[in-house]
Write a protein that binds this ligand. Structure first.
Ligand SMILES: [Fe+2]
Length: 475
């Protein structure tokens, strides 16, 4: 072949490859955002930052946070830490406008971790609250008293609108602070936060420096004392360090964050469920046994049939490790749980499955891989109108930085992915429609970098035909 001919042939094949590549991208349908940032690690906020400030006054309560305290949202667990002495376990509370004050008694606990001794950690469950009511509450009775407030659940009903925030893998860096600030200022106004695991990242510091659990508790207080944070445990909560004599998994986390697991007949704080507004929310444990016959399996087997979609149309599941993840980081770590539980998620028409762990954002199409049985070769996820949408929001902003490496090409099932820090908002409108938005930190507060209307799987399964068309954002 002459030189000129060879050159032309090369150009022609290059053009052909480019055409095929662009076609492949088109056929794929998914979007990999061009908004990709450097893999620089996020910088920790210094210990003397105002966000970590110790409240003034003798034995002043700090690290105040609340979570739902029962199955149906009439209870609240209030938790706080006193540094100098145990002090009072009492929470005094009253409804806005009421002159009648009530009180509830809690418990106090401490723990040691290597060379660290915790402050006095209090947990107090308030029960039988009125729905949809603003309550003020006080802790630190007898020493320095601090006052906060919360608004109870609006009750349980199929068309009660409600806004859940979603944050994961938060840590305590400047980016963490940006994420929390953006969540607080989001005009959609999250009413309860679903936290998908990996809280303080204390285990990333020498000897699992548990003072970093304290700083984190003080950092989130500005939001977590005023609205419930619903917890799932991540790998950074395990704190398993036999090399320094710490071989009880989840020791700091279990002492600091109480959840209402008994109310949903769970035997462990790592998996449980709550009902709130029009949602039934199931928390699962990626780092507790979940194989067949395990307590978690048995619990979920009983719990899923209890979900009443006439009462709570929205069935939401969250855990730490995502079942679908096309990033290189943590690739296929959720596969065992997917194999175990995806058939149930499809059978019970779960609306959405949220996770963290991967320090980035990703949203799947409505797909399932339940046909695969290891010998039939059907290993490609397929469109499935009964399947949940899988959303990863492990992008809170911790010191480990972003997951910027993605598998290529973007898998067919992946609708949108971007390596930026941010938070999610699940805005439930009624029994048929919910709006999900993902907000990257670099944008203005009102900007959503990705958004999608979710049609309820139980009430609106006959979604418009357009919803199943590739690349459409109606699912
Ligand atoms: Fe994680």
């Amino acid at each position: 072949m002459g030189l000129e001919l060879e050159k032309r042939a090369r150009v022609a094949s290059l053009v052909l490859i480019l055409v095929l590549m662009s076609l492949a991208k088109f056929v794929n349908g998914g979007i990999t955002s061009s908004y990709v940032r450097s893999a620089n690690l996020s910088a920790d906020m210094p210990l003397d930052s105002d966000v970590f400030r110790v409240p003034p006054g003798y034995n002043a309560p700090q690290q105040v946070h609340i979570t739902q305290g029962d199955y149906v949202g009439k209870g609240v667990i209030v938790s706080w830490v006193t540094p100098d002495e145990p002090g009072s376990n009492t929470v005094v509370y009253w409804a806005e406008g009421s002159t009648t004050k009530s009180s509830a008694e809690g418990i106090v606990t401490t723990y040691k971790y290597f060379n660290y001794t915790s402050g006095y950690i209090h947990h107090c469950t308030i029960v039988d609250l009125e729905y949809d009511t603003k309550y003020y509450y006080e802790v630190g009775i007898g020493n320095t008293t601090r006052q906060f407030w919360f608004v109870t659940s609006p009750g349980i009903g199929p068309d009660i609108p409600y806004v859940f925030g979603l944050i994961g893998d938060l840590g305590q860096t400047y980016d963490s602070n940006r994420t929390l600030t953006h969540y607080e200022l989001n005009p959609r106004k999250g009413q309860t936060l679903l936290f998908v695991g990996d809280l303080s990242y204390a285990d990333d510091y020498p000897l699992h420096d548990n003072t970093r659990w304290d700083t984190w508790g003080r950092f989130i207080e500005r939001n977590a004392a005023y609205q419930p944070w619903i917890w799932a445990a991540g790998n950074h909560e395990i704190d398993f360090a036999p090399e320094i004599g710490e071989s009880i998994p989840f020791k700091p986390y279990s002492h600091r964050f109480h959840v209402p697991y008994k109310a949903s007949d769970s035997t462990s704080p790592f998996w449980y469920s709550i009902k709130r507004a029009s949602a039934h929310i199931i928390v699962m444990a990626s780092y507790s046994a979940f194989g067949k016959y395990t307590p978690q399996y048995k619990w979920l087997e009983n719990e899923l049939p209890r979900v009443n979609r006439t009462e709570t149309p929205w069935l939401i599941v969250f855990m730490h490790s995502p079942l679908y993840n096309s990033y290189v980081n943590h690739y296929m770590e959720g596969e065992t749980m997917r194999v175990m539980y995806e058939p149930w998620f499809v059978e019970y028409k779960v609306d959405a499955v949220f996770a963290g762990h991967v320090h980035a954002y990703e949203r799947s199409k409505r797909i399932s891989n339940v046909a695969y049985n290891i010998v039939n070769g059907l290993c490609t996820p397929v469109r499935d109108p009964s399947a949940p949408v899988y959303i990863t929001v492990g992008d809170g902003g911790n010191l480990e930085g972003l997951a910027t490496h993605m598998t290529e090409p973007q898998p067919h099932y992946s609708a949108f992915r971007e390596a930026s820090f941010g938070h999610g908002i699940l805005d439930i409108k009624n029994r048929t429609h919910a709006y999900f938005g993902w907000h990257r930190n670099e944008d203005g507060y009102a900007v959503e970098a990705d958004s999608v209307w979710l049609y309820n799987r139980y009430w609106n399964s006959l979604e418009p035909a357009v919803a199943m068309v590739e690349g459409q954002s109606c699912i």
